[in-house]
Structures are given as structure tokens and as C-alpha cells.
Design a protein around this ligand. Sequence first.
Ligand code: SF4
Length: 371
Amino acid sequence: MNTVSEILSKQELSKADIISLLSLTTKEDHDTLIKKAYSVKESCVGKKDYLRGLIEFSNQCKKNCFYCGIRAGNTKVNRYSISDEEIINVVDFAQKNKFTGIVLQSGEQNNIGFTKRITDLITKIKEVTNPEFRITLSLGEQSFETYKEWFDAGAQRYLLRIEASNETLYKKIHPVNDLHNYKTRLKCLENIQKAGYQTGTGVMIGLPFQTTEYLADDLLFIKKMGIDMVGMGPYLEHADTPLYKYNDMLLPLPERFNLSLRMIAILRIMMPFINIASTTALQSIMKMGRERGLKAGANVLMPNLTPGKYKSNYLLYENKPCIDEEADECLDCLANRVKMIGEEIVYNEYGDSEHFTKRKTIRKTEIFIHG
Ligand code: SF4
């Protein structure tokens, strides 16, 4: 068996290599992997981190993912939808704090009224910002026409987490019906890329029934799909969900945390130029969790700018951090923490995924050569 240093010296990691790295057991080997990933981050995307202001504007959702606290079937949730005016106030706040973009996230809805609302909202945001201001959408599965309509209105990035790229596991964590169809999910990801977006996906780490082999496949899936942005973090349970009954199958939290860091680190090595978010779920397990994610190779932070009065109603999992704080308190705290680890938050730069920029250049060259 190869040592961790031998594996890390390879040009390309095989599935067996990835499984070996995910299965490291000693602190020394774990630290070797994290250090290598950080050196890749430093040389390819720099010791700098980008902010994306997250607005969770509605927790209304028609779906019933087994792991999610705001699933339609959870009657304990107070449902809300933030008005356009309140969203624009958050955008103003983001601009004043030198953010160059925001992320609009909600539960999944698809109907003509919702599509039009988002198109109009994108237009309004562009009116109070500028055409370059980055709008990321995280609004679930939609038709190609809808993705295209929002892209043409001015949104530039789209996040749709696959959550589990293995179909068997996907079916264990979602109801098996037309509304939660694995193949539809894949098709949507392809359509998002086809519409022209910087495309983001991600998975949960430490799910019941998940094997190390499945996680290795997740990383290979992300690479094969040519994804530009990734957000992945530890699976955190919510008592009011069907998946909660399998809690005794879960790894202890510290192990889920370390496994998540290794996933980030391996992905940074496999795809040096993508953007990787250090997720709030890491911070839920450990106070400095997001900073540890940055040191493992992540380079994006998504502070939650949702007005405080709504935050406690958007709990995909329990023990979500900072739900009692307003956005400005979160930002002060975040800037200090990033400084503490010797990194810098970059303001006034768009921080597009370099992988996307390269992908677009190659595509343009291909069109030029082949006509
Ligand atoms: S994960 Fe998303 S789509 Fe699934 S139930 Fe939760 S909010 Fe809805």
C-alpha cells in the first residue's frame, strides 16, 4: 500500500487513492493531506477568500427530502416569504459592506408566478447594483427554459447540490417518486451548465448508508461534470425528519468533521481552480470550523444576511450557528476570524471560479477552431 506522501505525489488520483486518503486514521497523515491541499490553494487561487451574502428568502418548499428540516411534510415550521423590498434592503446592506454578489436561496417552488417573481427580482437587483453584480440562485430543480430566463435576466451562478451522486444512496435519502427523481436532478445540473451559469453542486458527508467508496465517487462525479463551485459539508441531523431514525448509524461528530475536511482537501488537489465553500455546517460542529475548512483548501464563505427575525425558521438541520445574530455582527466576527488564520477576505472583487473562466475560454477556442 502507498504511503500518503506517495499518493499525494501522483499527477492524478485514482478512485483507490481517494478512498485511501478518505480513510486516513492517524493525525499525522491527516495533517499531511490538509497541508498539501493548502499549498495547492495557495499556489492556484491564493490565500484569499471571497464572501457571498446568503439570503434565505423563503422556506416554502413542495418537496420532502428525508434529511431536511423545512421539508413540506414538517408541520412544525413557520413558513415565510420575504418581500422584494426586504430583499433589496439586504442587497443594499451587502453593497455597503463591499460584497460583489449575493445568493438567493429558497425551498423549491416551480410555477409561473414564482418564475416571474424571480425574473423581476433579478431585474430589480440589477437596477440598484450594476450589470456585473453577481447573483447566485439556489432555487432547486427547474425547467431549462426557466434556468435560461433567469440567466438572461442577469443571474450568473446557480447552485444545485446533488447531495449524493450514488443513485442507491440518493433513493435512500429522498422519497422515490417523480418529484424526487435522481435522473431529473442530473438533467437539471446539465441544463444549468447549458444555460451558461457558473455551476455549483455539493454533497452531504457522513450520511447513514454512505460508504467511503460512495464519497470517492462523489468527488469523481464533481470532476467528471466539470463543476465550477462546490459546497459540501457534514450531514447534520434534524429530529423532525425521517432520516433521524437512523441516527445510531452515524459517525461521531468529530469524525464527520474530519472526514469533511479531507473531502475538501482532496477536491482542492483534484480541481485546483474551482471555488469551494467552507460551509456553516462545519461551524455547527466546531466554533472555528469554517476557518478549518479554509485551511483545508476552501476559499469561499457565505455569511447569512437573512434578516434575523426569519433565520430561526430556515433550519435544514439543528444547532445552526449565528441564528440569533444580525448580519453586521456576523461580518465583524468573520473578518476577525479569517485574519486569525493568516488569510484575507477579498472585497470588491467578483471572485469568479477560475475553473469557469478557463472552461469558457476553451469552449470559445473550440467554436473558433471547429466553426
Ligand atoms: S432540501 Fe431543499 S428541496 Fe429538499 S425539502 Fe429541503 S428545502 Fe425542499
